[in-house]
Design a protein around this ligand. Structure first.
Ligand code: ADP
Length: 189
């Protein structure tokens, strides 16, 4: 099994690159943001809770997010591996993921971190707002909040994987194809 974390700030291109990687490596794509948005669309209890945080650019509480992620993983007992996109976003989530995978005799193979300067992120998110329909992309204050939350709560997650020798930084600026190429070189065959 090969389990990858695609890491990076909002707007780094995690969703875009995941689409290629799942195909290429035959992995199951789990994007916590996508799952929350599907729940919002379906007007579930989880969706209503998640929306109250997402609209403000805040993180959904760890306990809820971790429980949801574990239940999604358990839906795919035949998977050849997972690509985690948007998770883990806090050190507590990373620790919970380690324990959870270990209980299944699994682990994270590598964290691929897309590195993109902040000014570029803001430009990309505002451009994405034109087509994404995402309220959290359309408001510059919410974008700033998401970037601040990333810097304070999520960036430290990289240290967790760096300490385990699993961190791979990838230049996330360039064409989609160039970045895909960098990722596949980093991940290997
Ligand atoms: P982006 O990476 O562009 O911010 P995502 O779709 O990954 O977009 O996340 C959108 C929002 O969903 C986040 O701002 C947060 O409110 C919520 N969210 C997604 N993943 C997590 C997570 N692992 N923990 C807590 N909240 C999350």
């Amino acid at each position: 099994m090969r389990n990858l974390i695609l890491f990076g700030p909002p707007g780094a291109g995690k969703g875009t690159q995941s689409a290629f990687l799942v195909e290429h490596y035959q992995l199951v794509h789990l994007s916590t943001g996508d799952i929350f948005r599907a729940n919002i669309k379906g007007d579930t209890e989880l969706g209503q809770l998640a929306k109250s945080y997402m609209d403000q650019g805040k993180l959904v509480p760890d306990e809820v997010t971790i429980r949801m992620l574990e239940s999604e993983v358990n839906k795919h007992p035949q998977a050849m591996g997972f690509i985690f996109d948007g998770f883990p976003r806090t050190t507590a989530q990373a620790q919970a993921l380690d324990v959870f995978l270990e209980s299944k005799g699994q682990s994270i193979a590598s964290m691929c971190a897309l590195e993109v300067p902040e000014a570029e992120l803001k430009t990309r998110l505002l451009a994405r707002a034109e087509t994404s329909g995402r309220p959290d992309d359309a408001n510059p204050e919410v974008i700033q909040k998401r970037i601040d939350v990333y810097n304070h709560e999520t960036a430290p997650v990289a240290d967790h994987y760096r300490a385990a020798g699993k961190y791979q930084g990838i230049d996330g600026v360039g064409s989609i194809e160039d970045i895909t190429q960098r990722l596949t070189e980093a991940i290997g065959a």
